[in-house]
Design a protein around this ligand. Sequence first.
Ligand code: AMP
Length: 301
Amino acid sequence: MVGAELAVHTCPEAFRNTCDQARRDGHRVGLVPTMGSLHEGHVALIAEAGRHATFVAVSIFVNPTQFGPGEDFAAYPRMLDRDRVTCTRAGASCLFAPSAAEMYPQGESTRVRVEKLSETLCGVSRPKHFEGVATVVAKLLILAGPCVAVFGRKDYQQLRVVERMVGDLLLPVEVIGHPTVREPDGLAMSSRNAYLSLEHRARAAHIPVALSEAVGAFESGQRDASTVRDLVRARIERVVDSIDYVELADPATLEPYGESAVIGDRVLLALAVRIGPARLIDNVVLGEDRAPCGEDANDRR
Ligand code: AMP
């Protein structure tokens, strides 16, 4: 259905019917869940879905249950008109943009919680975040009934939580993780980058530099967890307002390595920092991902 007119739904029932009809018409349905304010990272996910499906649905929903008290739910950028154009250009077939009242009917009291994977890294400072994510993604998968759903590796922990949930609930969908799409200087694209002033943005550019230095150290044989972590912290601590965490963790269990740990040949390096009003996250899998900085990181994966 690439090139056909974009169907836009706000009503879950209508969205379900459209996806049902697409399947009856012989399409493979793909789903790309987002919170909107779409950028090139989202466009890459939609394109990836189009390589695995003939009918690509994009959801845009700023999900209240994944924001904690004092987080940026109210301020989160919302630009549905522009996003609709982006979805059409990216080749999506259907856009689902429900209201919170439709996704969480009055009296609702059901949550999906993925234990362990939700509790480390971002889960330490955002204790209910992944419960909100798992709950809304489960709802979206049940509504759309896709063959494939595409998520970004930029939100590495989210990808792992969704994969676990899909496996545990026996949901018949293939979850695809797409590499992080970066700005020319290596900063991971994010809707939250819109919060950054020019001065904040210049400071944020140190994040991919720090990750690239860690990739370099790892490729030169460095396997001491504390040394790699300290190297990243040293690069960013003077430019960020605060560090939530810098961790080396097992890429499957997301269990952080302790102080004197010797790391293996494939290790997740993940961080979360605050610069001005933005909480930014980024990661690389050492032993797998290329350095975020350098000539065209997006082409060198
Ligand atoms: P969001 O709208 O930020 O909730 O993100 C929706 C989806 O897009 C999630 O699967 C994210 O991991 C993914 N995504 C966001 N930014 C990027 C990026 N820079 N590169 C790849 N995927 C991304």
